[in-house]
Ligand binder design. Structure first.
Ligand code: ADP
Length: 590
């Protein structure tokens, strides 16, 4: 591609140069040759005319006569010059080439007139007789006012045109030869210049296609070689920069991918230029749907758009919080938008970080609820203890029997306080540990029998019939014995406490596949279905009065749920008002 263009440029400029030089040379040579021929002819004519004048001055001719004509004719033949002898009044007396009788008066010929006031009169003109350009040189003999005669010599500019034509042919031949040399030179230079340039151009095209390791071969040590060296240095620098940019991009992408927070950036035209997976997940959109699109089209969350717009408009960081509906629970997302500035301080767009604070807010609200609930739970027995102790202290004359009854209630409240504190500690341990319990394989039937036996006195107290049906063969369960006892014990206690006298409470265990299913059922009041979800929450009570009556802390089922989860198990409730309750615990078997 390059070669014809470079070749043509070099060749055409050479041709123009040679042509101009050739023309100038021809013109100059023609002028020089013509001038020298004319000068030479004139000089010769002058010399010969001068000699003739000198010879004729001794006996100046006055009339035409044959002798004179013959002599002039013979002289003309010998000198190869046309000689005309003219009397002072202009009459032609003799002429070497023509009959003077046929010739008109010559007094007004330019050369004759000019010879009157200067040694030689000269002129040159086309001769009608000979059809050639002639040089005329005349000399006067006599005085200006009384000229005796004029001798005129003339000669054609012989062979001038032929010589000039020869000269032109020679010059044109030289020009043609120079042009041929120019063509070869242009071809050679074009090849030398274009081959390395083409290599550079191909390397540049390859780099443009993404082959950053490509280099141009440098074969010469001249300016073109320098171009190749510079190009290769530039390519190396470019490769280095691109590698760095790609590495930075990869790192940035993996950082963004690994981030829990969503990150979204827009450019000055408010198009999405960056969006990580977390942002897609939080905003519930696909990355490919958002990339490069105007933010207003890609994202339909007004708060996100408004926060970004404010950051861009005010060129200041902006924060806000938004609630995004997601399934059953809303998601709470904290937005933190900052303007993006280039190195020159000019606005480049904005970036927004989306932080999902749902869990943090939930934990925070749980913590607040817990503190409120815990202080409420503790406040009641403390107030009751304080009231009773103050009454005892105030009333010195109190009956011993009344006092003992009061002290008995104080003791009961302190036990209750102790229970609450212990259960709160147990729950907090389970929650903060969040870890699993150290499990071991053991026969669940042994633990279950023990728990049922331990609950027998409570069952007796409430006149509730407590029974168990356990498998005949061993039930090796993978659990922590104390945790299992506490789970089942708690469920049995609740079943007894919330059932009325004469009710039935049954503990049933069976192996089911790889799992052990333990059910604690009662035929007590049952629990409304809409409360099943909340029953395992801390301090949640279906029947507030009954719970306090039986000394409940409101934490029992919360502890049970955490223990079951810590043992990799599940707990389900089947219950309806008036139809009793069944708590089903499923644990992995060993
Ligand atoms: P509490 O200390 O009040 O018993 P729990 O967490 O053990 O707290 O139980 C939560 C609530 O669930 C109780 O207050 C009670 O209203 C209800 N409950 C638990 N077990 C039963 C059951 N077997 N029958 C009816 N209601 C129950």
């Amino acid at each position: 591609m390059i070669r014809p263009r470079i070749f043509l440029k070099i060749f055409l400029s050479t041709v123009v140069l040679i042509a101009v030089t050739g023309l100038a040379a021809t013109w100059l040579a023609t002028r020089t040759v013509r001038d020298s021929v004319e000068t030479e002819t004139r000089e010769r004519l002058r010399a010969q005319v001068d000699i003739l004048c000198t010879l004729l001055a001794t006996s100046p001719p006055t009339e035409r006569n044959d002798v004179l004509q013959a002599r002039i004719h013979a002289l003309g033949a010998r000198t190869s010059m046309r000689i005309t002898l003219i009397r002072g009044d202009g009459r032609v007396l003799a002429d070497s080439h023509r009959d003077p009788a046929t010739m008109d008066d010559h007094a007004e010929r330019a050369e004759i007139r000019a010879s009157r006031d200067s040694p030689f009169g000269e002129s040159s003109r086309q001769s009608q007789t000979l059809g050639q350009r002639m040089i005329y040189v005349a000399r006067m003999v006599g005085s200006e006012t009384a000229p005796k005669f004029f001798v005129r010599g003339s000669q054609p500019l012989l062979n001038l045109d032929t010589r000039l034509a020869d000269l032109r042919v020679t010059v044109l031949g030289a020009v043609g030869f120079a042009m041929l040399l120019g063509l070869l030179g242009a071809l050679f230079v074009a090849r030398r210049v274009s081959a390395p340039l083409r290599a550079v151009s191909e390397a540049a095209a390859a780099i443009a296609e993404g082959d950053f390791a490509r280099r141009a071969p440098v074969t010469t040590n001249d300016e073109i070689g320098d171009v190749g060296h510079s190009f290769n240095a530039m390519a190396a620098r470019l490769e280095e920069e691109v590698t760095t940019i790609r590495r930075d991009q990869r790192e940035l992408r993996s950082i963004l991918r690994g981030m829990v927070e969503g990150v979204l950036a827009i450019d000055t035209e408010e198009r999405v230029v960056l969006m990580n997976e977390a942002a897609c997940e939080i905003l519930d959109i696909a990355e490919e749907d958002a990339a490069k699109r105007p933010i207003g089209e890609a994202i339909r969350v007004p708060a996100v758009l408004a926060t970004l717009a404010a950051a861009v408009k005010k060129q200041k960081e902006q924060t806000s919080k938004v609630r995004l509906p997601r399934g059953a629970i809303d998601r709470i997302v904290k937005l933190h938008a900052s303007p993006l500035l280039g190195d020159d301080g000019a606005a480049r767009g904005a970036v927004i970080v989306l932080e999902d604070v749902t869990e943090r807010e939930r934990v925070e609200s749980m913590r607040r609820d817990f503190i409120a609930n815990a202080s409420h739970e503790l406040k009641t027995p403390i107030a009751s203890v304080r009231g009773m102790v103050e009454t005892i202290l105030d009333d010195e004359a109190m009956d011993l029997e009344v006092r003992e009854r009061f002290l008995g209630r104080v003791l009961k409240q302190t036990h209750r306080l102790g229970d609450i504190v212990q259960e709160m500690l147990a729950l907090s341990r389970l929650e903060t540990q969040g870890a699993r319990l150290a499990t071991e394989a053991f026969d669940a039937r042994v633990a279950l029998r023990e728990v049922v036996e331990d609950a027998a006195p409570l069952a007796g107290e409430h006149a509730v019939k407590l029974s168990s049906s356990l498998p005949d063969e061993a039930c090796p369960v993978l659990a922590e014995p104390e945790a299992l006892r506490r789970i089942v014990g708690n469920l049995i206690d609740n079943a007894i406490n919330y059932s009325s006298q004469g009710s039935q409470v049954e503990v049933h265990a069976r192996a089911q596949g790889e799992e052990l299913v333990i059910e604690v059922s009662d035929d007590g009041p049952g629990i409304p279905t809409e409360k099943h979800d909340r029953i395992f929450e801390r301090f949640y009570r279906v029947d507030e009065g009954r719970s306090r009556e039986v000394g409940g802390t409101g934490l029992g089922l919360a502890i049970v749920k955490h223990l079951v989860q810590a043992l990799d198990g599940r707990i389900e409730l089947e219950s309806a008002p008036g139809q009793g309750s069944t708590f089903r615990v499923t644990l992995p078997m060993a």
